[in-house]
Design a protein around this ligand. Sequence first.
Ligand code: GLC
Length: 647
Amino acid sequence: MPRRSVEDIACLQWQVRLQSFRITRPWTQLAYNYTEKYQICLKDRRSSSFIYSTLLVFLLSTGIISSQEFSEISRLERMSPTLDAHQNETLKHHDSGSSLFEIEDTNLSRLLDKPRPLSIERKRSFDERSFSEMSISSPPRQFYRNSENSSRVFDNFGSLYSSGRSSVGTPRSVTCVESHPIFAEAWVFLQRSIVHFRGQPVGTIAALDHSAEELNYDQVFVRDFVPSALAFLMNGEPAIVKNFLLKTLRLQSWEKKVDQFTLGAGVMPASFKVLHDPVKNYETIIADFGECAIGRVAPIDSGFWWIILLRAYTKSTGDTTLAELPECQRGIRLILNLCLSEGFDTFPTLLCADGCCMIDRRMGVYGYPIEIQALFFMSLRCALNLLKNDDEGKECADRISKRLHALSYHMRSYFWLDIKQLNDIYRYKTEEYSHTAVNKFNVMPDSLPDWVFDFMPTRGGYFIGNVSPAKMDFRWFCLGNCIAILSSLATPEQASAIMDLIESRWDELVGEMPLKICYPAMESHEWRIVTGCDPKNTGWSYHNGGSWPVLLWLLTAACIKSGRPQLARRATELAEARLLKDHWPEYYDGKHGRYIGKQARKNQTWSIAGYLVAKMMLEDPSHLGMISLEEDKQMKPQMKRSASWTC
Ligand code: GLC
């Protein structure tokens, strides 16, 4: 093997990195990002110019950028003060429309002789129009460096195309496979977890762990299937997702009873299982709508995830026919009827029983838990995209719009906590009456827990766990805050503040294994009262402050959306170091997530899928579009509560 020069190696490294990003639209920002990085680390302007030329030619020759884009980047480049004259000459040369290979430097053709051709086939997806309109009104944010020297890339990934690759069974992402061997292993496990019904793949089993009692871990859970589905979509395998959506829709139409009581028509199952009768050689499905679940609670999140997944499928494949089926339209309306019906509510948030979501045991998450409110918000926005413009669709869309308006106002105003708001609550007066009350819910300042004063950084904030009369649950919950970012329930400033908090409380929230399901844990007396002495939910275990690898995909998506992919990379590296070795546990225990969970299942599918989705999104950030919604300008906050909203 011939010895390579430093420049050659640097160029090759660029090529590899570029491949790993599969750059499409964000090429300008990423190119600048890399240039900047190299200028910083090489401190040699000639070298970096050389590399920059190589980069441009590489992008052009592999078809990642068109000649028009090449010209545009050249124009921008000429405005950059960091380039030397030689570079400008080269770029001008190309700007004038000359052939790519007329570039003078002979080294370039040598370096470029083996770029792997990338076929970047992008499909315009169904809600592209609204996204691109948004990106016109809000130009991509330029990357910049924050105090911790982390580069941020612009956050308009929601407007990107999702890839429509095809063929089944193996990971498409060569770069990810090369970059870490556990990526390939994870795919093998994910494929193994697929559940078939009458010959068709319909979902993935919760855990493939025969060493522990199976309970219901041998079922296909709706919420657990979401990261699997995203992984399949990202890998160009939409069939299993479509089958799943149709199968669960069928289950929705079953009559659902707990004892003598009939559940609402829109309720979606928490999970289902395929039963095989070996005598008749016939398969049937049984489903659990909460009648078998611990605590007998119906899963409110299932319906929301179903709508979110239907939108992800539609956006990823560009196939609108599934969502347009009358039964799908009806399914969406039935789910939302459960939430939009009029009653005694004085709040636009959704009143819930404990344990109706990912945290499916008693954990003091009854009332108005952030997880459900954020998913509710996101599914309402997805439904707006999916509903047809017929009479029934329009009627439902009107109700949705009104609710979204009130919900975003309520959440952004009353669930949001930052240092200023915390200080305001600390100084609240109580027993106020009438419309002029500041402390609307009559929250007692004495109910503020000690930990929250230390936990709250000077810069940063989050949506708290719950707000109801005289009750604020100050715990930080991962899923709700990440979904708030992805759905744009959080304003861009709030999204940034949430990320600031995660960065500054990294040890507490990520520690040695991403990511805390909630923070902090309840212990001793509080644990006894709130969990009812649940031995599975002791302090820093399971739902009570345990660390759940599945949450990595949500963190990654939120990081990419808010322009901090490097944070997600850090978290992914932590997960990579242990997950395969530990056999993909369901959760980890301890303040820093150092120990495999007391009762954690091994080969937990969503731990595997969560990792795959995180990796694939980091490799190709355009995937984010299937699970992210841009800000709706009409839902701008009407009131400003504190500094972190405006900074
Ligand atoms: C546990 C989790 C729940 C998950 C299920 C299957 O019950 O709390 O969120 O869906 O396991 O993995």
